[in-house]
Design a protein around this ligand. Sequence first.
Ligand code: GTP
Ligand code: MG
Length: 557
Amino acid sequence: GCVSFLRSASVRNHGSVGPAVQRESTSSSSQSEINREIKSFAELQNERQEQAERSVLLTCPQKVSEKSLLKYLSKYGDINNYFFYESFDVCAVVEFSQKNSIAMLQDGTVMPAGKHESCIPFKSRVFTLKINNPDDQANTRQSLPCLKQSAISINELVERISAETTLDEQICTLTKTYELTEENVRLRFLVCSLLQDIAIQYFPNCSVKPFGSSVNGFGKLGCDLDMFLDLDGIKEQNSNKTSEPFSVEYHLKRVPSERAATQNVLTLIGECLDRFVPGCVGVQKILNARCPLVRFSHQPSGFQCDLTANNRIAMKSTEMLYLYGSIDVRVRALVFTVRTWARAHGITSSIPGAWITNFSLTMMVIFFLQKRRHAIIPTLDQLKALADAKDKHIIDGNDCTFVRDINKISVSENTETLGQLLQEFFEFYGNFAFQKMSINIRKGKEQTKPEVSPLHIQNPFEQTLNVSKNVNQTQLERFVSLAREGAWILQQEGMTKASVLGYRPWGLAALLLPSTSDTGNKAKKRRRREGASERIKSLLESLKNSKSDGKNDATSE
Ligand code: GTP
Ligand code: MG
């Protein structure tokens, strides 16, 4: 069944960003037994980071045998793990068991020969493998077994899930199809680690950590890579040696504000990526945004990257989402489904603007699950009440404390199926009093709106802010009418496939097809026109404000 699939899927992902073992409310095993293997967010991050530091990225020639490649690399030490994938070239990620293997490999690496006056040399952990004796490889017919790092198209997904027999199975298949793979997660941490190698030259003990959907459990294959440059490690070496007659301090560069400091740091890294780092292209420094960032694409991995600094609240909300996703298997499945549905209907978009963001949608799903008659997940205030002294965490005066040990959170009694929950989700938001009420996951109860934005979702940690400040009335209305339509479609479709004959898109597949109101010609044209002019308008806005990060929750603009 669905739960057992999700369970085995997460066991497969042992040690990955996802929880090692998902909890299951209907299981007869004791709670401590179920939870035993669940690692904390921090533990997983550290494990992954350390693994990435022992890994290299290799561009491989077209015709090379896997066996001879491994034999060659094994000269430098034991290999724990490796895989191949295709981006511009065929690439390999190779994890050695010891870090010193990398130094040895680098010692044996040469700068490309030939006339390269126009090139700037750069040493890193990204290498190109060359074949010196093509004859040795001549009888290699097989190409390297590449693993896909991108998601299948929505049409392929519709086809795939149409073959399932229950709505629950469809939802599980969607989740399994779209979730990040073990290898993709490794690649994400490796890219962070490569960036850290560069930043560390200027800021010793700094680290670059992924946040957002790469690690919160809700990432879809192909999603962007959000990174956070953490300089706190530099300060952490302070120790209070009071018995000494003197203490010596480093000089600090004084800048007008914390924001200016962040901008300076990102300017430097941005310049460096742009001018010296091979494979980093399209570098944009978006320093005037609410949360300054450097955006670029990393060619060897194929990731679109956003690098921020001093963004500790985002890291904390990533951890919060990770925790919510680990509490009950239904959370992730429902978030994946709602995000896919929203993307299919253009409720969300890859272009920043007045659209609902994935982050806001996730908050809406969490709120909905808190509001069930038997809550599926606790409110943020309840998670805070469960916290102990070690969990206490205050960032810039904002209390971001919540329990981090999942074992302290009791399993929900709610037994609703995913299909039922999806249907109820649409009904809930199809009828929600958006005009008056604000969505509040801290209280798990709607609150009277403190301001007039069409959609108000309270920022869980900076409580005076609205996460969906950017959303306009038109976009909210589209969401509501599509939610109503979704509820209606699922009512017609039922929870199981009506007929075993034929492959008519049914259930969730029907939900992902273009909406019936979209197929009406007039409405479609008007919507397209509105959509286009809105897109242009917001594009201009974002250019004007250099504010293309989609993080729009300022109290006022
Ligand atoms: P994707 O769409 O899959 O990239 O989801 P994501 O969760 O990674 O979203 P995004 O890349 O836009 O943002 C990365 C992280 O920044 C999120 O997970 C949040 O922690 C944070 N974030 C994004 N948007 C907002 C926002 O509007 N307000 C706040 N407070 N944080 C945000
Ligand atoms: Mg993201």
